[in-house]
Design a protein around this ligand. Structure first.
Ligand code: FES
Ligand code: FE2
Length: 432
């Protein structure tokens, strides 16, 4: 790969090929829990610095962070009934970026009509706030089944990872790393060969990658598995174009969403839906919890004793923007090659004026294939190994396991007394 090709694949800024492709999609920029009432904060998405706010009327707005007057940051704005005022001299803006008032100018102030900040559409779905930074017409929000509500519990983890988005995505097209990083390395870390660690070490006999309507299905067959009996092979797990992975198990469905903050930073969301045992009812209005996934411990070392921490360590070890001119791809990297070709193909389509893959023009639910078990473990096993996943950091994970595992009669009889703190006290992600 040439340096130019690497730049094309990794750069997310406005006007760059990948930056323009990624602007065709809705991206999460905050948790809803963080914006239940009026508030303003700075966010950064695809290299653009913005101010996200909810005004006193309950409207969300996303505008340029810099005030048009003399450039003060609107992250410190005064929140108005409709819109926000810059804290420096009180210029007022609405959600379309229109200047509504310049309080120290003469009455009628004809000049304000010429002032308009850059602004972008925002919406709330699945307890997150999403933004669209691309050209009109604005596409439909992709209503994947995980974003709906139902008889399941959600947790949302997040971590700001100081690396380019592409090396995180390439991990999702790389099945064999599981056997080494989450298998042999994990076993070394634990000093143990007890399950599930020896399961992750199982050798990949076969891997497969199939393009489907929404991306690429990644398949693996491990030693001891039979093709027709293993959902690792028959269902696989899908990479949702361009920047998501869906990981399954009968009890836990997880989106991993890789949001490019800028060329060297990615906000990683783990969006988890936990499904109860047959017949168990989730207490009404049970809250979605949120939590920061720490990358390092108090000594500054990587937290290496769980799957996501091991992945993060590898992504960071490749460098902020991995220099792909130095790589030596092998046959087991063919999923990565297929994904890069797909990115290039969709950029081409966009340049010809067509919608790239997963830009939706009609509303409606989108069902995705999701495996019932993986890595040869029993269906539902991931609920019993919460320590090995990001959700070990959820403040209420033990309570969730208790609720989900209750007997059907027990779940109807009582609502558990919640030890889980209210959403306001949970730290919120800051994309800055
Ligand atoms: S800099 Fe914002 S009103 Fe003056
Ligand atoms: Fe991994």
């Amino acid at each position: 790969m040439t340096p130019e090709q690497n730049n094309t694949l990794t750069g997310v800024g406005k006007g760059t090929p990948m930056g323009e492709l990624l602007r065709r999609y809705w991206h999460p920029i905050s948790l809803s829990a963080d914006f239940k009432t009026e508030r303003v904060k700075k966010v950064k998405l695809l290299g653009e610095e913005l101010a996200l706010y909810r005004d006193k009327s309950g409207n969300l707005g996303l505008v340029d962070k810099r005030c048009a007057h003399r450039g003060a940051s609107l992250e410190y704005a005064i929140i108005d009934t409709v819109g926000i005022r810059c804290a420096y001299h009180g210029w007022k803006y609405d959600a379309q970026g229109k200047c509504l008032d310049r309080p120290n100018e003469p009455e009628n102030d004809p000049g304000k009509a010429r002032i308009c900040l850059k602004s972008y559409p925002v919406l709330e779905r699945g307890e997150m706030i999403f933004a669209y930074l691309g050209p009109a017409p604005v596409p439909e929000f992709p209503m994947f089944d995980l974003y709906r509500t139902g008889n399941f519990v959600k947790t949302i983890g997040y971590a700001e990872v100081p690396v380019n988005w592409l090396q995180i995505m390439e991990n999702s097209l790389d099945p064999v790393h599981v056997e080494w990083l989450h298998g042999h390395f994990y076993t070394q870390e634990k000093g143990s060969s007890e399950p599930p660690f020896d399961t992750f070490s199982k050798h990949h006999v076969k891997i497969g990658f199939d393009e489907f309507e929404y991306g690429i299905i990644k398949r693996r067959l491990l030693e001891g598995q039979r093709e027709e009996e293993s959902t690792d092979w028959t269902t696989g797990h899908p990479m949702i174009f361009p920047n998501m992975l869906l990981v399954g198990d009968t009890r836990v469905h997880q989106f991993q969403i890789r949001v490019p903050v800028d060329d060297k930073t990615t906000m990683h969301y783990w969006y988890n839906c936990f499904h109860p045992a047959e017949g168990v009812e989730i207490p009404k209005d049970y809250p979605t919890s949120s939590y920061e996934v720490p990358i390092r411990d108090e000594k500054g070392d990587y937290i290496k004793d769980y799957v996501d921490g091991q992945d993060i360590m590898m992504w960071e070890s490749q460098g902020e923007i991995y220099d792909r001119t130095l790589e030596h791809l092998a046959s087991s990297d063919r999923g990565i090659v297929q994904y890069r070709r797909m990115l290039a193909r969709e950029i081409e389509k966009m340049n010809k004026g067509q919608d790239p893959m997963c830009v939706f023009r009609a509303p409606g639910p989108i069902a995705l294939p999701v495996e019932e078990s993986r890595h040869g473990l029993k269906a539902g096993a991931f609920l019993n190994h919460t320590h090995s996943r990001d959700y070990r950091f959820a403040p209420n994970i033990e309570e969730i396991v208790r609720i989900l595992s209750a007997s059907p009669t027990e779940s109807r009889r009582k609502t558990p007394e919640s030890a889980y703190p209210p959403a306001e006290s949970v730290a919120a992600p800051i994309q800055s």
